[in-house]
Write a protein that binds this ligand. Structure first.
Ligand code: ATP
Length: 338
């Protein structure tokens, strides 16, 4: 049964169109002009209970606006939306009982309170029975190590600790759906893994997760389905397998050499792809991390020309979007650039 159902969901912002400076402001007062920006342009989206969906796209694609429409913060300009059978903007309070929201860059904990006190305030707000509350804290302790954070004042938490506490706060009332915006941003590998493991465990219990992230690892490890949005439109909606099998394994090694590369585009490592950079002393090699370590590639190159410097790039969301447009991700919705 769908937990999230959107049909033709559209949000257009109307903004004052004025020139900068005092003259611009005065002209605008006399003859106000406006321009429109359609952030979400007719999105159809159906998400079932227990699904974990990555909702990704480049900056300005319309992800946050979609989440704001689903939480009821914004009212759509056109189209329909329901979350757990509730129209979010018409009934924000009822909707709030069913959803949990986490914005990685902000906290919903009280800055000057101990985590324990923030959570207990949220317990009162959500009217969670005491026994259920204690059970939930025990679950969070087992999965997120929450116990050690309870006596700490929020402002003293490290980023990773704060994210764990914020996850507990967002999920305390056992919402059916959680919206997570960059839940692992800035975290070290261990904290990031804890958050991903926790989200997977929540999904297994039937919680629906809509994850907005620029981190390919989050997508790969937490989600089963990928929805790509660009310029307010869904350009791909399908299984995550392609990302997992191809894109997430790909790394690009950029090398600066001590001398010019004159050996053509072959380094005798099957499956790798070499291209020349800004000058013959710069080369880039795309490789599959499950087939090669970066050290092997550097060794192969330096047996011909000494390597002076190197950088490794992980695949980016922009790469995924580019591949969606080029049809490489297989089935897509309407992968035509506007
Ligand atoms: N309140 C607003 N008023 C006017 N324009 C807005 C408003 N909110 C968003 N926009 C515009 O709508 C478009 C989509 O913005 P949105 O924040 O949804 O993108 P996003 O995909 O979440 O981007 P990011 O990854 O940078 O957070 C952008 O062009 C943005 O400038």
């Amino acid at each position: 049964m769908p937990v999230i159902e959107a049909r033709g969901l559209t949000k257009t912002f109307r903004m004052p169109d004025k020139r900068p400076g005092l003259v611009g402001s005065l002209t605008h007062l006399v003859r106000p002009k406006h321009r429109e920006r359609t952030a979400v342009a007719g999105i159809d989206l159906t998400i079932d209970a227990g699904e974990a969906v990555a909702y990704v796209g480049p900056n300005g694609a319309g992800k946050s606006t979609t989440v704001k429409l689903l939480t009821g913060i914004l009212q759509p300009t056109a189209g329909q939306v329901e979350v757990c059978g509730i129209v979010p903007h018409r009934n924000r309070h009822a909707n709030a009982r069913n959803i949990g929201v986490l914005f990685g860059q902000r906290t919903q904990l009280w800055w000057d309170l101990q985590v324990r006190d923030s959570l207990s305030l949220l317990r009162d707000i959500h009217r969670i029975p005491r026994r259920r509350y204690e059970e939930r804290l025990a679950e969070f302790d087992a999965l997120l190590g929450l116990g050690e954070l309870l006596p700490v004042v929020t402002r003293r938490l490290s980023l990773g600790q704060r994210m764990r506490a914020d996850l507990a706060a967002a999920l305390l009332h056992s919402p059916s759906v959680v919206f997570l915006d960059e839940p692992t941003i800035g975290l070290d590998i261990i904290a990031r893994q804890a958050v991903r493991d926790f989200l997977r465990a929540e999904c297994r219990k039937g919680t629906t997760v809509l994850l907005t992230t620029h981190d390919i690892g989050d997508i790969e490890e937490v989600c089963r389905r990928l929805v790509i949005i660009d310029d307010g439109r869904v350009i791909f909606d399908g299984p995550i397998d392609v990302v997992r099998q191809q894109i997430a394994r790909e790394r690009t090694l950029h090398l600066t050499l001590d001398a010019e590369w004159t050996d053509g585009l072959d380094i005798d490592l099957p499956g790798t792809h070499l291209s020349l950079g800004v000058s013959p002393r710069h080369i880039s090699i795309v490789f599959d991390r499950s087939a090669y370590g970066a050290g092997e590639i550097v060794a192969a190159v330096s047996s011909r020309v000494p390597v002076a410097d190197l950088r490794i790039d992980e695949p980016s969301i922009e790469d995924v979007v580019r591949r969606a447009y080029s049809g490489e991700l297989g089935q897509s919705t309407s992968a035509t650039p506007a």
